[in-house]
Write a protein that binds this ligand. Structure first.
Ligand code: ATP
Ligand code: MG
Ligand code: MG
Length: 376
């Protein structure tokens, strides 16, 4: 069988390796942390992501190379293209690493993003904030995640402080109009090197303190909007010439309008529900795409709610798992636990997730409410 090299060794790589191992592939991950989540289930080269000798060693061991996080140095990916097979290319990384490049690419694909403006000074920030109105959201164009590197501007008095604080990171800034969304959705689409495209069912996402808490599928929205969101994700996959997965985060307004928030060119936390709830998981689909296999069927087999397990949830979860689950039996739900093998249960750190399979999503939500694990 062939060997798949993965830049990054976190939980996304781990679940990719678990799915791909079942398909007969071997995996080797490049990650600086010894015994990384992916390294526990695959081989691992322990080195920095931008260590070129280590990247060359990865290329020597692997028949195909992919990545599991988007802040891989696009130059390293470009170098690897001359040493190995990198079906996703480096262009997709280059685009999605940078919010302005990403927004322009989405617009070029004919899809709407929240109105935005490039910001190079606090004067430009003031002018753009006057144009969009308050609140509005200032973001660093690179390196942000979990809401880090952003500032929701609610008063014109905050302009200078917001500009100074975020520009300290030394990267460009972008101001976005605040979208008073009714719901946040995401759709994960896959595209193969031959151009076959399939989308997974849209997920309704609920964040707590900027960290994903729940993904609810089917999303509690009109079926026509689900279909429109899925179409739009496929349009982006086509327009950007994606290979592998592209996760599309969306805002849905009360009038039924969809705006793209941001993209991720990899498996996405909001797609973990596919592991048991779809005919093909996002991880299997990614492996299929980068290995040039036909894509799998994305049909939803059961309603599901995915709930993230953060550091503070581990102890109550383990206590719950050790006993008979009366609530699960009564509600007829099947909570499927996935843990990532991380040792220190730091507050807010993603340690795992539970896919709660149910007759309908409300029963899954009732189980989550009753267990009290997520009250802490
Ligand atoms: P992630 O962990 O998803 O990569 P991130 O740090 O890249 O997060 P965004 O996804 O851009 O950040 O924003 C985080 C959250 O902030 C969004 O999910 C949404 O709830 C809110 N948000 C961001 N931009 C806007 C906007 N223009 N209007 C309204 N809410 C927004
Ligand atoms: Mg992001
Ligand atoms: Mg986001």
């Amino acid at each position: 069988g062939s060997t798949i090299g993965v830049l990054g060794g976190g939980q996304l790589g781990r679940m990719m390796a678990l799915a791909g191992s079942a398909m007969g592939y071997r995996f080797v991950a490049l990650d600086p942390t010894p015994d990384a989540p992916c390294g526990q289930v695959a081989d691992q080269i322990v080195a920095a992501y931008d260590d070129r000798d280590a990247a060359r060693e990865l290329a020597r061991q692997a028949d195909v190379i992919t990545y599991e996080f988007e802040n891989v140095d696009a130059d390293v990916a470009a170098m690897l293209m001359s040493e190995s097979y990198v079906p996703q290319g480096s262009e997709l990384l280059y685009t999605t690493q940078h919010r302005l490049r990403e927004k322009r690419a989405i617009e070029a694909a004919g899809v709407r993003v929240a109105p935005y403006s490039e910001i190079r000074s606090s004067e430009e920030l003031r002018a753009a904030a006057e144009k969009f109105g308050l609140p509005c959201v200032l973001k660093t164009v690179m390196g942000g995640y979990d809401g880090k590197g952003q500032w929701v501007i609610r008063s014109f008095d905050e302009i200078d402080e917001a500009y100074e604080t975020l520009s300290r990171a030394g990267v460009e800034l972008v101001l976005e109009q605040f979208i008073a969304f009714d719901k946040e959705l995401s759709v994960i689409a896959a595209r193969s090197p031959q151009g076959e495209i399939k989308a997974f069912p849209a997920a309704e996402n609920i964040h707590v303190e900027n960290i994903l808490h729940l993904s609810i599928v089917p999303a509690r929205i009109a079926e026509s909007v689900q279909k429109e969101a899925e179409k739009l994700a496929m349009k982006i996959a086509e327009g950007l010439g994606v290979v592998g997965l592209i996760a599309v985060e969306l805002f849905l307004t009360a009038d039924g309008e969809l705006f793209v928030n941001e993209l991720a060119p990899r498996p996405h936390n909001s797609g973990h529900y596919t592991m048991e709830a779809c005919r093909t998981s996002q991880f299997e689909q990614h492996v299929r795409a980068v290995c040039n296999l036909p894509l799998g069927d994305t049909e939803l087999l059961t309603p599901v709610v995915m709930v993230n397990v953060l550091g503070q949830h581990i102890e109550p979860l383990l206590a719950r798992m050790a006993k008979h689950d009366e609530a699960a039996a009564r509600l007829k739900v099947a909570p499927k636990v996935h843990l990532y093998g991380k040792k220190d249960a730091v507050f807010k750190r993603k340690m795992g997730h539970v896919n709660v399979l149910a007759g309908d999503v409300q029963q899954a939500l009732d189980w989550i409410e009753e267990t009290t694990i997520w009250k802490v």
